[in-house]
Write a protein that binds this ligand. Structure first.
Ligand SMILES: [Ca+2]
Length: 190
């Protein structure tokens, strides 16, 4: 009785994985583009994000990648995907790669957001990356109670308050809040 139940469970799991695989494959064949983001730095410490958009050609052309706007700690990449008419044929797999230069960034934690919205598809990908060793605020090579104290002292301040300390603003969003304390605490002892 027990082994029959186990067999049943295995069968159900197999069915579930089959449907999950089948579903994701048919999404791609249906033409919904998929984006992947990769962060890297060159020898001059310039930060880049490589955006790869993969899609099956079903009347799609990526003609304009738009611009990246730096909004304190967030970068928004807004690719424009233009329809190119009813191009019905054998589905072809396309991949478009674009490098966004983010320039030389101060030490901190940043978020890169890719957003594309059209009547058919929404592409939304988020990536968090770190520059330097931001939890070590006093730059003495370790994260300890001194670093926590610096963030605690600046807690609740906003740029341009006189007490605002950009080094304590690890998420670099113009305010020192619980996110910055939590990040420092998470790296405590490193
Ligand atoms: Ca330190």
């Amino acid at each position: 009785m027990k082994s029959r139940f186990s067999l049943m469970l295995i069968f159900l799991l197999l069915m579930l994985s089959f449907f999950t695989c089948h579903f994701s494959t048919s999404m791609a064949i249906g033409g919904a583009p998929e984006a992947t983001l990769e962060f890297w730095m060159d020898e001059n410490q310039t930060a880049f994000v490589t955006v790869t958009i993969a899609f099956f050609k079903s009347g799609y052309n990526l003609t304009d990648w738009g611009t990246v706007v730096r909004n304190v700690s967030d970068f928004y990449a807004i690719p424009q995907i233009d329809g190119s008419g009813g191009d019905i044929g054998i589905p072809m797999f396309y991949e478009l790669v674009h490098n966004y230069s983010l320039g030389q960034l101060d030490e901190g934690v940043y978020t890169f957001t890719l957003l594309h919205d059209d009547p058919l598809h929404t592409l939304w990908e988020n990536m968090v990356f770190e520059i330097g060793f931001p939890a070590d605020i006093n730059d003495d090579g370790k994260v300890d109670i001194r670093d926590i104290a610096i963030v605690a002292l600046a807690f609740g301040t906003h740029n341009p308050d006189p007490d605002y300390n950009p080094d304590a603003d690890i998420y670099y969003d113009g305010k020192v809040d619980i996110k910055d304390i939590a990040f420092t605490a998470m790296h405590f002892g490193e």
